[in-house]
Design a protein around this ligand. Structure first.
Ligand code: ADP
Ligand code: MG
Length: 334
């Protein structure tokens, strides 16, 4: 089967500091893929600092991996030029956390939507452009007459975030990278925005990588989940299986702290500190916080197959078969 997107052993290390250069491992050897013909919602979950935004930036081509490759429809995205690059820019869209971020306060919503229509030459006439705007706004549950002609400050946070989604949708993307899209939206509006994303996947065939620190929203929206800690995959699989029956001590810790079923509750607001490169080379990233840790955890734990759609990187499961980490996606149902 063809891949829409493929990450091959992607790692990202940041270097910072001019005098004493310090390097931080933000993402460690991630291999993942999404199928071309099966739109799905994949959640990437983890606390603050686990490498989620780094992954989003890599997927969008905004930063380059330190090692490994990101392949979009058969081509390494770092080699895309000209028409191909424009096509990638159209087909892979982003919605970020801050619903204000892409708004210039001096421009109306019309302007915000007209810019991509122009840039990607989506309409030949004003009327056609207007139809496209209508269509996109309707798809995200907004009424044209409520938002067109308005300035950002005249809209609610929820409306602004819907407009961001509409803007992405205008371009008929194949993949949407949504990095904490509802974390700054009022709790009362969160569920309906997530429902909108769900519709995009179901009715418009858009695959979504839903990045969140909030397992409850992941549970409601996603098909599959990858749990990150300090840039490494701790557990992955079917979202229902992983959340109802977590197998990695880290995932258990996260899930035990949620009073189910409460969509308002958050977890993981506290920043975890990524490890420095020298420290990250060996052992389980969760070693320091794990109540089940033993000496063997100083060696990097392999991924073990717990069931058809569940895999965890933890020696507690060494009675199960090891899996090749490059085949992680085999454990992610669509
Ligand atoms: P998340 O989105 O899960 O909170 P990030 O991808 O933003 O995580 O960050 C992962 C780790 O990489 C964190 O420790 C963060 O401090 C570090 N980091 C992120 N961006 C940079 C950068 N530009 N330079 C140096 N370190 C960074
Ligand atoms: Mg982030």
């Amino acid at each position: 089967m063809e891949h829409l997107l493929e990450l091959r052993n992607v790692s990202k290390t940041y270097s910072s500091g001019l005098v004493n250069t310090k390097s931080t491992v933000a993402l460690r050897d991630i291999s993942l893929n999404l199928q071309e013909n099966d739109p799905t919602i994949l959640t990437v979950a983890g606390e603050s600092g686990s490498g989620k935004t780094t992954l989003a930036m890599l997927l969008l081509g905004f930063i380059k991996p330190t090692t490994g490759q990101i392949i979009y429809r058969g081509k390494d995205i770092s080699t895309l030029r000209g028409e191909e690059k424009l096509e990638f820019r159209r087909e892979v869209q982003a919605v970020f956390q801050d619903p204000f971020a892409v708004f210039n306060p001096f421009y109306t919503v019309d302007h915000l939507l007209a810019v991509p229509i122009k840039r990607f030459k989506l309409a030949k006439t004003k009327a056609e452009a207007r139809d496209k705007m209508d269509e996109a706004l309707t798809a995200v549950g907004l009424r044209t007459e409520d938002v067109l002609g308005r300035f950002p400050h005249q809209l609610s946070g929820g409306q602004r975030q819907r407009i961001n989604v509409a803007r992405a949708l205008l371009l008929k993307p194949r993949l949407l990278i949504a990095d904490e899209p509802v974390s700054m939206v009022d709790a009362s509006l969160r569920a309906s925005i997530l429902e909108t994303l769900r519709n995009l996947q179901r009715d418009h065939g858009v695959s979504i990588i839903y990045i969140t620190h909030d397992l409850t929203t992941a549970y409601h929206i996603a098909n599959s989940i990858v749990v990150l800690y300090r840039g490494g995959v701790m557990e992955a699989g079917n979202v229902d299986t992983v959340i109802k029956n977590p197998q990695h001590p880290y995932t258990r810790l996260l899930i035990d702290s949620i009073p189910w079923p409460n969509l308002e509750q958050r977890w993981g607001d506290q920043e975890i500190i990524a490890r420095e490169a020298t420290e990250a080379k060996t052992g389980c990233p969760f070693f320091g916080r794990c109540s089940s840790a033993s000496d063997r955890c100083k060696q990097p734990p392999p991924m073990f197959e717990i069931e058809k759609y569940q895999t965890a990187s933890c020696y507690l499961h060494d009675q199960h078969p090891k899996i090749d980490p490059d085949r992680l996606s085999d454990y992610l149902p669509v």
